[in-house]
Design a protein around this ligand. Structure first.
Ligand code: TYD
Length: 139
């Protein structure tokens, strides 16, 4: 697995319970593979626009784990000091994004579906959507 140098980011590997020709089951539980209590999930799909770019923000409070449960995409993570590009393409690999991680998602495959589990309910006030503000609060 790729070595992550960006602060508050890590890859999470889920086990695969293989059922021969009847498919594979991967499972994650809060406080185990997911390092927080899960209060919300959402998913992103219909990413047919080749130039789609999502994210472009950081969170002050909410922690998240993203899984690419179908297809693939690229996520750029940035802690204000180090930046890294990671491709998520395996349904059993997640990426944990802690607080104060600027992220940009792009290069989505047509069939990409991203499942996100989050540590808290949606609150626009805990987002940082301006990069210079992010740097101000981070460093
Ligand atoms: P945003 O978090 O910016 O999406 P992404 O990081 O994938 O680019 O959210 C997009 C829109 O959806 C924005 O108007 C806020 C809204 N939204 C909610 O209402 N509830 C939620 O839980 C989330 C994640 C977003």
């Amino acid at each position: 697995m790729e070595n992550i140098i960006v602060k508050n980011v890590k890859l999470i590997q889920l086990s695969q319970i293989k059922d021969g020709s009847d498919g594979i089951l991967s499972v994650a539980q809060e406080s185990k593979e997911i390092p927080f209590h899960i209060k919300r999930f959402f998913y992103i799909y219909n990413l047919k626009n080749k130039n789609a770019v999502r994210g472009k923000h950081a969170h002050r409070k909410v922690e998240q784990v993203l899984f690419c449960i179908n297809g693939s995409f690229e996520i750029l993570v940035d802690d204000g000091k180090f930046k890294q590009s990671i491709i998520l393409s395996e349904p059993n690999t997640g990426i944990f994004l802690g607080t104060y991680v600027w992220n940009i998602m792009r290069n989505f495959s047509d069939n990409c579906i991203i499942l996100v589990v989050a540590s808290d309910i949606y609150d626009e006030n805990e987002y940082i959507r301006d990069y210079s503000q992010f740097l101000k609060e981070t460093i």
